[in-house]
Design a protein around this ligand. Structure first.
Ligand code: NAD
Ligand code: ZN
Length: 351
């Protein structure tokens, strides 16, 4: 079969591979739509997780079940399915401990375009099919389902990590598609003031649609100073980091009230260390928590998030700015994600 792959760090191209083999609990999926992610860009062009050779890229998609293993109970060939970007081994000890995304080792629940071929192929393999697939409701289009694969669950996980509560003041650093979903999730959780950090006009407009009350730009100066100015110098209760690099932790800590929480879902592609400002971190005693996490994945989460879309509580269509048709357009869509033109939020390729 054909697939669009990372050939090595900095190089991509089309390759031929064997169709994946279906184990007894697995499924083989024929994609209906796929979407490239900023994470693919970190992986290929920053070499952020190290060298990979001839690995099919992509982890965001939905499709039609082509084959299932003998122990798969709830899915059969022909079913339309959503697939989360993270596909843990649900019987692992890490999953039992509450961290399915780290099943088998740190970040090892993230298999597509990390430890195995991803979704930019004619077929792709899903482990633990009963736990990692979800039926795609008729009212949700394949392109919307792609947003439910990673952008929605990751942005919302940032909100979970920051533990956003009714009336909280929130700073959301980054309003690409992930940050936009963090804004939407904060809004659904009842945040009051939502200060979004971003510059691209499409993203700013979408951030307002999803509930941002204030927009600031890191290009206009220090994020913390701007956030403090918008909160009468008091700071914010919660921060979600969904963009920028290792340097964002400093303004995040500075803008945060004592007792506040920072949830990071940003994939830090470069830099050796994150520096935390000593004084603003309460000289070590400020009760300012920082937690970073990969989104958990799983069928239950996808079904619940899809329900928000089905019932009109979450509209993911504002994330999709570029639409392509046909597998050969995957390359164009990925390069769009790499080059980030000003009018881009998220591209989707319908196959
Ligand atoms: P994006 O590039 O579209 O958006 C990044 C945002 O950050 C933009 O709004 C940009 O203006 C802002 N930004 C850039 N530099 C900044 C700076 N110095 N200070 C403040 N803001 C800055 O990215 P995206 O597609 O929304 O993805 C966001 C991140 O989430 C990526 O790193 C991606 O790899 C990661 N990600 C993580 C997971 C997970 O499970 N944790 C899943 C998917 C994606
Ligand atoms: Zn992704």
């Amino acid at each position: 079969m054909k697939g669009y792959a990372m050939l090595e760090i900095g190089k991509t191209g089309w390759i031929e591979k064997e169709r994946p083999v279906c184990g007894p609990r697995d499924a083989i999926i024929k994609p209906l739509a796929v979407s490239p992610c900023s994470s693919d860009v970190h992986t290929v062009w920053e070499g952020a997780i190290g060298q990979r050779h001839n690995m099919i890229l992509g982890h965001e998609g939905c499709g039609i079940v082509d084959e299932v293993g003998e122990f798969v109970e709830d899915f059969k060939p022909g079913d339309r399915v959503m697939v989360a970007a993270i596909t843990p081994d649900w019987s692992s000890l890490e999953a039992q401990a509450g961290f399915p995304m780290h099943s088998g080792g740190m970040l090892a629940g993230w298999k597509f375009s990390n430890f195995k071929d991803g979704v930019f192929g004619e077929y792709f393999h899903v482990n633990d099919a009963d736990a990692n697939l979800a039926h795609l409701p008729d009212s949700i289009s394949p392109e919307e389902a792609c947003m439910l694969s990673d952008m929605v669950p990751t942005g919302f996980h940032g909100v979970e990590l920051a533990d956003i509560k009714f009336g909280d003041t929130v700073l959301c650093i980054g309003i690409g598609p992930v940050g936009l979903m963090a804004v939407a999730g904060s809004n659904l959780r009842g945040a009051s003031q939502i200060i979004a950090v971003g510059t691209r006009p499409n993203c700013v407009e979408a951030a307002k649609f999803y509930g941002a009350t204030d927009i600031i730009s890191y290009k206009d100066g220090d994020i913390a100073e701007q956030a403090l100015a918008l909160t009468d110098g008091k700071g914010v209760d919660r921060v979600v980091i969904a963009g920028g690099g290792v340097e964002t932790f400093e303004p995040a800590v500075k803008a945060l009230k004592p007792g506040g929480k920072i949830g990071n879902v940003n994939y830090l592609g470069a830099g050796e260390y994150i520096s935390i400002p000593r004084v603003e971190w309460g000289v070590g005693m400020g009760h300012k928590q920082i937690i970073g996490g990969l989104m958990p994945g799983g069928r239950l989460r996808m079904e619940k998030l899809a329900k928000l879309v089905e019932l009109g509580k979450l509209d993911v269509t504002h994330l999709i700015t570029h639409r392509f048709n046909g597998m050969d357009k995957i390359e164009d869509a990925l390069y769009l994600m790499k080059d980030k033109p000003k009018d881009l939020i998220k591209p989707v390729v319908v196959l």
